[in-house]
Design a protein around this ligand. Structure first.
Ligand SMILES: [Zn+2]
Length: 172
């Protein structure tokens, strides 16, 4: 258990779950420790230690809130870039390479609307190649639909935790 003695930064993100095991978000380690110390959360997983002048404590990587705290419900109604990128796993909907631009499937210049059914994550190259041409729907690799809030949050947290939190997140 050598690594248990490794001090970690108080800003390291900690995953927060509710009592049903659903994700609520991520908070800095210092805040997570404060929730645990005041019995508003329990530690589910830890790694390393956090030191103050008086105490050394296991540093939680995952905590569970005590008491009922609802997790996000429903679908994202408004299109946002961050939710779109999470829906499409930060990959181009046309070629599958990493992507971080918003593409209107039917171009706005041709009457395409800014709505979930008409947006897809795109790499710069595909976005430029396509220009204002009409899309070839058969090559689209994702289903352009409004994502649930829980799916978006889970994918954003999985990315933030660089895989370490995936066992604690809904399979997405
Ligand atoms: Zn592409």
């Amino acid at each position: 258990m050598q690594d248990r003695m490794i001090p970690v930064k108080p800003t390291r993100p900690t995953l927060v779950l509710n009592g049903a095991g659903l994700p609520l978000g991520a908070i800095p380690l210092s805040r997570a420790v404060s929730l645990v110390m005041t019995h508003r959360a329990e530690t589910l997983a830890s790694e390393g230690v956090i030191r103050s002048p008086s105490v050394t404590l296991p540093a939680p990587t995952v905590i569970v809130r005590v008491g009922w705290v609802p997790s996000p419900r429903g679908v994202h109604t408004r299109v946002t870039k961050s939710a779109l990128l999470a829906r499409d796993r930060w990959s181009c909907g046309w070629c599958g390479m990493p992507g971080d631009t918003v593409d209107h499937i039917v171009p706005r210049s041709r009457g395409g609307r800014h709505e979930w059914a008409n947006v897809v994550t795109s790499c710069l190259s595909c976005n430029n190649d396509k220009g204002s041409a009409m899309p070839d729907w058969s090559t689209l690799r994702v289903r352009p639909e409004a994502p649930s809030r829980l799916l978006v949050l889970s994918r954003q947290l999985a990315r933030l935790g660089r895989g370490a939190w995936e066992p604690y997140l809904p399979a997405a």
